[in-house]
Design a protein around this ligand. Structure first.
Ligand code: PXP
Length: 252
């Protein structure tokens, strides 16, 4: 089966740093450690309110990833400010996400179908600059079709509803997983590369990793939390092992 890449989101190393207004722990060091431990790429979200990653971090991360030959996946809201920054940084990929200031984290996918006329031109401009454009969407037909029509190369499906349901012992979890699998097939049939992320932990990574069309998972909060107990390299290796084990049992 096609290998599955692991993108490690290091935002919450910056959350911890910012809690004390100091210079440590350094998200740049976390990115370097993550790559050595087996991360295939680094993901970072420069939020409009700069609550974790800051402008200087993202510039330094772009330089680090370039030096180490690893992709940087720049998560960004669809705003003129973020688009200008992405065009300047020229990361390997830009993942377009919805953003509301009052939210604790990204809640659900981008409404690409509803906001097509605003978002599709941004997709085209970023893609025209050679950036691989990913759209973070819910596992719904209309959103997949909108991503393909907008000219995105990648869709990242939100695994939040599935992961939340598993943790809550909600029997709807299986239904959410079935939606993900179905949407992944539709996206791949439309020529889109399929990624997934949000809320993934050791218990939920397996069922997502076995979806054959999956090419990349982006995982952050759980890994940084687990690093408190195991250390970041061990937390990442544990995730990698579970991804590989799930993939090995799947039908090609
Ligand atoms: N993918 C996207 C688009 C996200 O917004 C996030 C959260 O920043 C993640 C993946 C990672 O989610 P988590 O931190 O819950 O693993």
């Amino acid at each position: 089966m096609t290998p599955l890449r692991l993108g490690v989101n290091i935002d919450h190393v910056a959350t911890l740093r910012n809690a004390r207004g100091d210079t440590y722990p350094d998200p740049l060091r976390a990115a370097e450690v993550a790559i050595v431990a087996g991360a295939d790429g680094i993901t970072a979200h420069l939020r409009e309110d700069r609550r974790h990653i800051r402008d200087a971090d993202i510039a330094a991360l772009a330089a680090l990833c370039q030096r180490l030959g690893r992709p940087l996946n720049f998560e960004m809201a669809v705003t003129a400010e973020m688009e200008a920054l992405a065009l300047k940084l020229a990361p390997h990929a830009a993942c377009l996400v919805p953003e509301r200031r009052e939210e604790v984290t990204t809640e659900g996918g981008l409404d690409l179908a509803g906001g097509f006329d605003r978002i599709a031109p941004a997709v085209r401009r970023l893609a025209g600059a050679g950036i691989r454009v990913s759209c973070f969407i819910d596992a719904r037909d209309d959103q997949v079709d909108a991503a393909a029509a907008a000219g995105a190369q990648i869709v990242e499906f939100t695994t939040g509803p599935f992961c939340d349901a598993v943790r809550a012992g909600d029997p709807e979890a299986d239904a959410y997983l079935a939606l993900l699998a179905r949407a992944a097939r539709r996206a791949a049939d439309a020529g889109l590369e399929v990624h997934a992320g949000h809320g993934i932990d050791y218990a939920t990574v397996g069922p997502v990793a076995v979806i054959p069309e999956m090419r990349e998972l982006n995982i952050g909060h759980f890994l940084i939390g687990e690093a408190v107990f195991l250390g970041l390299p061990a937390a990442i290796r544990g995730m990698r092992e579970r991804m590989d084990a799930a993939r090995a049992t799947a039908v090609a």
